[in-house]
Design a protein around this ligand. Structure first.
Ligand code: FAD
Length: 441
């Protein structure tokens, strides 16, 4: 490390965004403390504070690339632990818009594993950094400001045994997730809460784990079935470590998949292609069915606030949480970490860091937000501020989906866009538009 920007940085939350934040900060601060409300143990388990970690979590290609930038050899660790490495074009059997997308070797690889296992691999690497400490069983209760309330100088902590403490900080990053208390804490210091954009989807997940045997999917590595109006439901089945499958059913607009066996299978049977139901009936279940509900895509616009305390940042789901069906959350967290790393690299001190970072974070969030919000307006019950031209774009994108049944060039660009490798405008390139129109004429 060259001359550090500060002595001590603190991160609230030891989930994906928090671990990534700590990794970036470790290059610029003498010490970094991650404060996590749950006890943190070296196991691949979903903690109480992250019930979503029990559900299917796919890591997009751009997410894997960015994680490997911070944690070289991560792919090897994942693979050694039983994660499945696959080609995004060749290994996915993916039904959408009335047919299967045409499988082809895309050269774009992804890693498939459970979310707790991925997090464990990353956590171990973060814990191995000499200047990072994870303090589990420690809840952050409030921000401690300087006398003029212009900057954050510490955090009010509460331990499991009820004891309180003030931790002095030079910089704090809030990565405490969608339920982040930052809006409330800002108000307590006399600042405004950020404006919020919510796109309501009333989406439900139901997930079950099954035993995996060779040949379960006839050579493919994962199965995805996307229903479209009037059956606004989906099923994804991915292989994970421990020779297991994780299967997640999804319903939009309050059509929540049930958590009883018969209801779970019936939901799968209602999908427009029989493969998911056939597969789930054959497999041996080895867990209960767990549910999760997500009322809305939610974005907090910190970049628009005229005043914000110095030495304080917010990242990850605390800024923006998307419909998980598009698997963007962890990749978005990694992209935000990259934006912040860039801002820190160009800094001589911490003055005005906040002002420089929030617009960059907002720019990073724009792309996944645009994709999730745009796609969700395809579903009948979705409500919220609809960007101008969404219906027109969706009508074209529907043709893109259908073109992927036959045209691997279009499918390749589509995969790049969905994996956040290329911007959505790549699908509007004249050569692609021509192929889409020809394939769906
Ligand atoms: C059902 C579901 C499925 C998903 N599937 C995918 C997927 O396939 N691919 C993908 O990329 N993303 C997916 N996501 C999104 C992904 O889980 C998140 O984007 C990712 O976990 C980053 O979250 P985070 O670290 O910002 O917050 P979280 O994961 O919510 O973590 C917040 C952490 O902060 C801690 N905390 C909270 N308050 C305090 C406090 N006051 N003091 C101390 N600690 C505190 C919590 O205990 C928790 O550990 C999914 C989300 C859901 C809900």
């Amino acid at each position: 490390m060259s001359e550090p920007l500060g002595r001590h940085a603190a991160v609230i939350g030891a989930s994906m965004a928090g671990l990534l934040a700590a990794r970036v900060l470790s290059d610029h601060f003498a010490s970094v403390t991650i404060l996590e409300r749950d006890e943190v143990v070296d196991e691949a388990i979903a903690r109480k504070g992250q019930p979503h970690a029990r559900h299917l979590h796919a890591l997009l290609a751009e997410g894997l690339r960015r994680l490997e930038h911070y944690f070289p050899d991560l792919r090897r660790d994942l693979s050694d632990g039983g994660a499945v490495i696959g080609d995004m074009g060749q290994d996915i059997r993916w039904y959408a818009f009335g047919g299967f997308r045409r499988q082809f070797p895309s050269g774009m690889t992804g890693a498939l594993m459970s979310r707790p296992f991925l997090e464990q691999c990353i956590r171990r690497r973060v814990q191995a950094l000499p200047n990072v400490t994870i303090r589990g069983g420690t809840q952050v209760d409030a921000l401690v400001p300087d006398p003029g309330r212009a900057r954050v100088t510490g955090l009010q902590l509460k331990a499991r045994d009820g004891s309180a403490e003030v931790l002095a900080t030079d910089l704090v990053v809030d990565t405490s997730g969608r339920g982040s208390a930052t809006p409330k804490w800002l108000e307590a210091l006399g600042y405004s809460r950020p404006a919020e954009t919510a796109i309501t989807i009333h989406m439900g997940y139901a997930t079950r784990v099954f035993r995996r045997k060779p040949g379960d999917l006839d050579g493919a590595k994962l199965l995805m079935v996307l229903g479209t109006s009037p059956v606004e439901r989906a099923c994804n089945v991915i292989p994970v470590e421990g020779e297991r499958w994780i299967a997640t059913l999804t319903g939009w607009g309050g059509d929540y998949p049930p958590d009883d066996e018969a209801g779970f299978l019936e939901f799968a049977r209602s999908l427009p292609c029989p493969d998911a139901h056939a597969m789930l009936t054959r497999l041996e279940p080895i867990s209960d069915i767990v549910q999760h509900r997500l009322p809305a895509n939610l974005r907090r616009h910190y970049e628009r606030l005229p005043r914000f305390p110095e030495r304080y940042l917010v990242m990850g789901d605390a800024v923006s949480s998307f419909n998980p069906a598009y698997a963007q959350g962890m990749t978005s967290a990694a992209m935000q970490a990259g934006a912040r790393a860039e801002a820190l690299r160009g800094s001589r001190d911490l003055t005005c860091l906040t002002r420089r970072v929030f617009p960059r974070l907002a720019a990073m969030v724009d792309r996944p937000w645009q994709l999730a919000a745009g796609e969700d307006f395809r579903f009948r019950a979705t409500t919220g501020p609809k960007p101008f031209g969404t219906d027109l774009v969706n009508a074209y994108v529907e043709r893109v989906h259908r073109a992927t049944h036959t045209d691997t060039v279009v499918y390749g660009v589509f995969l790049d866009v969905m994996n956040l490798v290329r911007p959505p405008t790549s699908l509007m390139h004249p050569g692609i538009v021509w192929r889409v129109l020809r394939a769906t004429a």
